[in-house]
Design a protein around this ligand. Structure first.
Ligand code: FAD
Length: 694
């Protein structure tokens, strides 16, 4: 008898994208499984760059501090170009992360270490119930279309097959130096039948299999995704002729900027990107000009060895000398820029990470964009599975993330061409690359590379004007989604956005320091927007000590506290009032003249019979003793007297903005995306008695 089981969510692939999805499931208390065909996590190599947005995300789950401490911090980028005699010279220095952009800056730490930190977090928050099931391969995936619209159904059936130790440990191509390499996973490897071979071997020895019925499946199984192929979906795009080698070494060199991130263009020998890493390691991305793809478009990987890659690097760095005694890892890849034609099927099976976008790794975006995909998707799937959000929100995954993937491919296309091209010898050298254009693209690309420029378009989750189809990923699906979006005219929106110019709707909630009213301790506001699956309403209460403003705040809070308000209706009867939507308040009166209990309605600091009033929800924009003044109202562009109200999604993106008088509009927003129980007649009676209905 084949074993059968039900699960809310099954995640296929435990790379960065899969682990991020599992982290959400752990933090939201979802019954989930995560499988991987490999028998172990990776220990070295692959991706290493983490942008500021990824660190903000890690912080929202509570593990950015570990990454921040262990990683190497990227402070400056040096550009090296050939001079008139063809000798490489340092031509520019720019800050690695745009100054003032974020409380974190870009860091590097190898993917294996990051995966370990994820695993610890998943173990802690799932109470050890979500464990990676290694050496497990999906064998078939079937969607029962008659059940896809039924919230309670398990319409996806996945058959799993268990592998032996040997089957799940793919052989590496060991060079004479016996250094672990990534060639067996590199895109120079053309074999797409690896899974088929593993399944056949398991069947031949009567290996166990299991049938799992799932509500949702998230395919995070990398660039050669089995899930993508099982769904009949494709990656669209091309491979380029550029082949690059990667080596993680401890270099012995007289090159002066070896501990800086460097972009080096040699006159005739190709380009090199230097990434200084933790533990004295330095990553060399080296262009292999002598390896060209054949007529089939695929490069011959047989002659690529660490020695071959390193010789190419030495030529580029000449006249500086470089050697090494220790190599940690190496690989080679052919640049290809591809994006998935579709990111989901029936909003039941989703694809994320490398499974839906591949590009060159030099801009350090692979792991970042991949974890950000599932950071976008995970809470949506979790809240729909829990019955808190409507299933319609799942459509925003493709409209939001496919657009980011397309932007990424466009950026990478431009960046790779400029980085892989030969520098122009002079103005007349039309085939050469203009180094000013390269620098310009690099500097502009820095904002994109930070992950902070992501701006989600109109949808059921983001209230702003315009055609969702145009703002989304341009597909018919986005157009359908537009019909569910709450309508707002350009003029009306401009007025709303003017209430908080530093909090653009569709972008992540920027962070400035505020003080907790109750104890005066400074906090970065974003630290209080934890990734725990809760929506938030941030009430900029303005000058709460001014009677007129206090009256506005009281009125807003009375509506918030009324029995038919979204917050009351969506909160399960047996749960605290802040368990689905949390309200955080920031006021601008003087801290020392303000009291939590006296000046703020109770809904802003709810009472619990076991622990009393909640003193952790009210903040003040005032000067701290030891950490200066965050000047949050000014930085968020909010009027200090009148304030405003902001709705924030569980992934920290600003989704709605309004005046304190716009409560009904805010209520509409939540009615649109939350699965709200109908107003009971008892609640309606209370409304009339309390005189809240105008
Ligand atoms: P992956 O990290 O590829 O994870 C996919 C997971 O799915 C793997 O654990 C795999 O074992 C599992 N899997 C695959 N198929 C199945 C299946 N059928 N069933 C079950 N499990 C399956 N990025 C950079 O930024 N810089 C770099 O230098 C860099 N170098 C790289 C070198 C190599 C060799 C590779 C492969 C990638 C490199 N990348 C680099 C890219 C970076 O590693 C990825 O962008 C990032 O890991 C994407 O995460 P992911 O979770 O989407 O996919």
């Amino acid at each position: 008898m084949v074993q059968q089981s039900n699960v809310d969510v099954i995640i296929i692939g435990a790379g960065p994208a899969g682990l991020m999805a599992a982290t959400w499931m752990a933090h939201c208390g979802i019954k989930a499984r995560i499988i991987d065909k490999r028998n172990t996590k990776i220990f070295c190599g692959q991706a290493d760059g983490l942008q500021c947005r990824s660190l903000e995300i890690f912080d929202s789950f509570g593990f950015a501090d570990r990454v921040w401490k262990e990683s190497n911090h990227m402070i400056e980028i040096c550009m090296w170009n050939p001079d008139a005699d063809g000798i490489i010279r340092r031509s520019d220095r720019i800050p690695d992360t745009i100054v003032g952009l974020c409380r974190f800056q870009q860091v590097v730490l190898h993917q294996g270490r990051i995966e370990t930190i994820f695993l610890d977090n998943i173990k802690k928050y799932s109470r050890d119930t979500i464990k990676i099931e290694r050496g497990v391969l999906p064998e078939s995936l079937v969607i029962d279309e008659s059940k896809v619209d039924d919230d309670e159904a398990y319409p996806v059936t996945v058959t799993l097959r268990m592998l032996t130790e040997e089957e799940s440990a793919p052989p590496q191509v060991m060079s004479a130096s016996k250094v672990p390499d990534g060639l067996f996973r590199s895109n120079l490897q053309g074999d797409f039948d690896e899974e088929a071979r593993m399944i056949a071997a398991s069947r031949a020895r009567c290996g166990e299999s299991e049938v799992v019925h799932a509500k949702y499946v998230i395919g995070c199984d990398g660039a050669r995704s089995w899930t993508r192929r099982a769904l009949g979906l494709e990656l669209i795009g091309d491979a380029t002729d550029f082949v690059w080698g990667v080596m993680d070494i401890i270099p012995i060199t007289d090159f002066p900027d070896i501990r800086m991130r460097c972009a080096i263009h040699s006159a005739d020998n190709g380009s090199l990107m230097i990434i200084p890493r933790e533990n004295k390691i330095v990553r060399f991305y080296t262009q292999l000009k002598e390896v060209r793809p054949d007529a089939s478009g695929r490069a011959d990987r047989s002659k690529i060895t660490p020695e071959f890659i390193f010789k190419a690097a030495q030529k580029i760095l000449a006249p500086y000398k470089v050697d090494y005694a220790y190599c940690d890892w190496w690989t080679a890849y052919q640049i290809g820029q591809r994006v998935g034609n579709q990111f989901d099927v029936h909003n039941r099976v989703f694809l994320a990470g490398d499974a839906v976008h591949t590009h060159s790794p030099k801009a350090g975006l692979g792991m970042n964009v991949s974890v950000q995909d599932t950071f976008n998707l995970g809470w949506k799937v979790a809240l729909v599975a829990k019955g808190i959000c409507k299933r319609a929100i799942l459509g925003t995954y493709q409209s939001e993330r496919r657009r980011v993937a397309k932007d990424l491919i466009e950026f990478d296309h431009k960046f790779s061409r400029l980085f892989s091209g030969r520098p122009a010898k002079d103005m007349m050298d039309a085939e050469g690359i203009n180094m000013d254009e390269f620098k310009d693209t690099f500097v502009k690309g820095n904002l994109f590379a930070s992950g902070l420029s992501v701006d989600y378009g109109t949808s059921i989750l983001v209230v702003k004007p315009g055609d969702a189809a145009l703002q989304g990923d341009g597909t018919e699906k986005s157009a359908r989604l537009a019909l569910t979006a709450k309508k707002i005219s350009e003029d009306e929106f401009a007025k709303k956005q003017a209430l908080a110019t530093g909090l653009p709707v569709g972008k992540r909630f920027n962070s400035f320091k505020v003080l907790l009213q109750a104890d005066g301790r400074p906090w970065h506001l974003q630290e209080r927007l934890k990734a725990d699956g809760r929506f938030r309403v941030v009430l900029f209460a303005g000058n709460i000590r001014a009677p007129e403003q206090k009256a506005r705040v009281d009125k807003f809070c009375a509506k918030l506290d009324a029995p038919d308000s979204f917050i009351r209706r969506i909160t399960p009867k047996d749960k605290p009032i802040d368990s689905v939507v949390e309200v955080l308040t920031i006021h601008s009166a003087k801290r020392t003249e303000t009291e939590v209990l006296r000046d703020f309605p109770e809904v802003l600091h709810p009472f619990d019979e076991h622990v009393g009033w909640d003193y952790d929800k009210i903040f003040v924009d005032d000067v701290s003793y030891h950490e200066g003044f965050g000047d949050a109202y000014k930085n968020y562009g909010v009027d200090k007297e009148r304030g405003c109200v902001v709705a924030v999604r569980p992934d920290q993106y600003v989704s709605w903005l309004g005046e304190l008088e716009d409560f009904e509009d805010l209520q509409d927003y939540f009615e649109g995306c939350l699965k709200m129980p109908a107003v009971s007649s008892a609640a309606k009676v209370t409304e009339k008695v309390s005189g809240l209905v105008e």
